[in-house]
Design a protein around this ligand. Sequence first.
Ligand SMILES: NC(=O)c1ccc[n+]([C@@H]2O[C@H](COP(=O)([O-])OP(=O)(O)OC[C@H]3O[C@@H](n4cnc5c(N)ncnc54)[C@H](OP(=O)(O)O)[C@@H]3O)[C@@H](O)[C@H]2O)c1
Length: 263
Amino acid sequence: MVQSRQPRSKPHALVVGGTRGAGRLAVRRLVADGYRVSVLARNPPAQTKQKLRNVRYWQADLGNHASLAQALTSINEARGALDSIAFFQRFRGTSEAWHGEIETSLTGTRSLIEILVGQFNLRNAAIVIVSSVNASLISKHLPLGYHVAKAGLNQIVRYYAVALGARGIRVNSVSPGTFLKEESREVVLSNRKLVALYQRIIPLGRIGTADEVTDAVTFLASTRSSFITGQDLVVDGGLSLVFQEALARELVPIGTASRSTKK
Ligand SMILES: NC(=O)c1ccc[n+]([C@@H]2O[C@H](COP(=O)([O-])OP(=O)(O)OC[C@H]3O[C@@H](n4cnc5c(N)ncnc54)[C@H](OP(=O)(O)O)[C@@H]3O)[C@@H](O)[C@H]2O)c1
């Protein structure tokens, strides 16, 4: 089956995981930028007062190949070929974390790209995958599967950038550090100690926001980045550049500990 190319004025974007968090913001941003947006997630979005024009929702589980293929067929029939695809999904399940992370992040992303390329002859499109600084850095509060899946996504980006370049398909990733989103803003900002620490250790002096992650994604999803492919854009205020030992020295300058214990 070939992508149905209907006469249309607005570009068509697919946002995977666009019902919550940063993905939901990306949907709003893409609409503001003049896209028609198709959103894919397992559940419909929570009711919002403001209905977005040019947005349609499809339900499918990235872990279920048949439901994914069915949803992509419906999207293609209803709205035609895709110009941009952004992956924001995150495994938040209660099932076994390793399997869930690999299935939702890696296998789901690969399946969706393979269906679009194989079944719908995807061409001249931009793919953006939201990865994480945890593709290379370790956070003990996050499971092994999250780290491995994010590292794998960065390699998926490089592989497909090379493999699909001749079709005019660009593939890039955005790697955020922790960012504030609507759902977490209050709880993070009410923790003054944590906010003060972020201000101290992040070179740009504050925690980032979902808006700023979305800015990077929509740039890479648009024709403004038309000669960029296979790249990872880190959005963390510079934190991952700082050597941990330097942070330790800044928080406890050498000499202060011994001075403070002097009688
Ligand atoms: N939050 C942070 O501070 C942070 C930091 C670094 C990187 N990131 C990355 O940024 C991205 C967005 O994070 P977020 O916190 O904004 O995500 P989130 O709020 O947890 O939203 C995840 C989205 O993915 C969908 N989803 C989950 N499993 C799915 C499946 N099997 N099939 C289809 N859709 C599925 C969810 O809808 P359903 O549940 O209805 O399916 C939802 O729309 C993720 O890739 C995350 O790893 C986040």
